[in-house]
Design a protein around this ligand. Sequence first.
Ligand SMILES: [Zn+2]
Length: 164
Amino acid sequence: MPTQVIVPFDAEPRFPERCILCGEQRPSDRIAITRGVGYRGVLSPPIATRRLSVRAPVRDGCKWAFRRSAWFRNGVSGVLLGIAFTVSILITRGEPWSSRRLVSLVVLLVVWGPYHLWASRHPVAVDFGPGKKYGYVTFEFADPSYAREFESLNVSKGKKPDGI
Ligand SMILES: [Zn+2]
């Protein structure tokens, strides 16, 4: 499971000067990561109200490993969602809308669930998305010690938002 750090998105997030993949000190390169950020309520799906771009320190050789892993995950996830969608449509043709929704959900769980479980146990080095409250971003790190360093650079003590 990744380690989460919640930071306000009005401040430019600062990264420890270590490679996000291998931890090498003062790597020569940076990688730009852009995601939608905004709001994620308890019962609502994430809503992106703006895009946030960060530049994370990375060693030259690790940059491609990071990109390849992102492409692989997006590819697998996209293909599986496509399969789930197609299967749902094929097996529920002519059925009433209420049972179609249920079947689609079951198909999605069966097809995409195992990948989702694998992905959450093998987190990418760094990722981020909407926080639980407007104005905050949730960062996720595979390496807990990197996450703690990032937190100490970006979250001042005693200034954590309410309810997070
Ligand atoms: Zn590295």
